[in-house]
Design a protein around this ligand. Structure first.
Ligand SMILES: NC(=O)C1=CN([C@@H]2O[C@H](COP(=O)(O)OP(=O)(O)OC[C@H]3O[C@@H](n4cnc5c(N)ncnc54)[C@H](O)[C@@H]3O)[C@@H](O)[C@H]2O)C=CC1
Ligand SMILES: O=C(CO)COP(=O)(O)O
Length: 299
């Protein structure tokens, strides 16, 4: 008799728990995190790492050190659930993972997916991005009927879109917080989409990823709802709150904060025009949102 494949989620934050709930609909799914949690099928890290299939939902800025300290490759198949760019080095997550997992064994989840809705079993559509279609075909049956999965080979497109939309969500939250109106917000979001596509093109991303679920889909979701943590960061900044205070109140990760630094660094290095992301970075460092608005309108 063939052994049933084993599967585990690593990281029990909001997204890890929602994915654990979703995958547990069809098969036993383990979950682990740094601190023990009262969740069904919670296990220790080593047991999780011994599973055949892993879904890793650790914030982007913690990933590099987490992999170095904990990860041992045992031919596991990995789906990355994080959305961000490493700020200290400007590395994309697929570049960081490349030191640990071969490309045939790794995929990246993208698309509009608030954890709070997924954990209620509400319908959603996700893209699994991998150079290996076989990997997609192996993971697809694990997903429950309320999640429709699509396949794409555009790993870098999915990564850029998922990371960039968090920065644009901060900008959109600022726009809402300043009461600039729906015209301004729609302009910001659509110019943001152009900007993220321009940025992605530089790294080889496909245009089609930006007009699909990974780009427009996730951007429209995150940049239009206070359910987004990044959007709420923007709302706070518009009300002149200090970043530390906003993040403490949030109590969860807002990837756009650090990702704006990474985009700033990369856009300087590769000479890419990224005006909205640059202004977000400057506002996070203390520039007044009103001054940023003037600069964006006149650039
Ligand atoms: N919440 C959501 O709706 C979605 C989140 N994501 C992405 O998933 C990633 C995780 O987000 P959430 O789970 O929502 O964040 P969260 O703030 O709810 O939880 C983060 C989790 O990471 C763990 N963690 C933090 N530092 C760690 C370290 N050094 N080593 C090990 N574990 C560590 C924390 O203990 C916590 O369990 C982010 O990149 C986010 O952008 C993607 C899609 C949807
Ligand atoms: O990525 C997300 C939805 O697709 C979650 O966005 P926030 O991290 O801004 O809440």
């Amino acid at each position: 008799m063939t052994k049933k494949p084993t599967i585990a989620v690593i990281g029990a934050g909001k997204w890890g728990q929602a994915l654990h709930f979703a995958l547990s609909q069809k098969q036993e799914t383990l979950i682990t995190s740094r601190t023990p949690r009262d969740i069904k099928n919670f296990t220790d890290l080593q047991t999780a790492l011994n599973c055949d299939y892993l879904i890793i939902a650790i914030p982007a800025q913690q990933l590099k050190s987490w992999l170095k300290e904990n990860f041992v490759f045992k031919n596991q198949k990995v789906l990355v659930a994080s959305k961000g760019i490493e700020a200290s080095t400007g590395e994309f997550l697929n570049e960081i993972y490349a030191d640990y997992v071969p490309s045939s064994n790794i995929g990246f989840i993208s698309g509009p997916s608030f954890a709070a809705e997924v954990i209620q079993g509400l319908p959603c559509a996700l893209v699994l991005n991998s150079t290996s279609k076989k990997l997609y075909q192996e993971f697809k049956p694990f997903f429950p009927s309320f999640i429709k999965t699509y396949y794409s080979t555009d790993v870098i497109g999915a990564e850029v879109a998922g990371a960039y939309k968090n920065v644009l969500a901060i900008a959109s939250g600022i726009c809402e917080g300043l009461n600039l109106g729906k015209n301004a917000q729609a302009s910001l979001i659509s110019r943001g989409l152009v900007e993220m596509q321009r940025f992605g093109k530089n790294f080889g991303a496909k245009k089609s990823s930006f007009i699909g679920l990974s780009g427009a889909g996730d951007l429209f979701l995150t940049a239009s709802s206070p359910m987004s943590r990044n959007y709420r960061v923007g709302l706070g900044l518009a009300k002149d709150k200090k970043l530390d205070e906003i993040l403490e109140e949030l109590g969860e990760v807002a990837e756009g904060v650090k990702t704006s630094e990474a985009i700033y660094k990369l856009s300087k290095e590769y000479n890419i025009y990224t005006p909205i992301a640059n202004e977000v970075k400057l506002i996070l460092e203390g520039k007044s949102p009103q001054d940023s608005l003037k600069d964006l309108l006149n650039s």
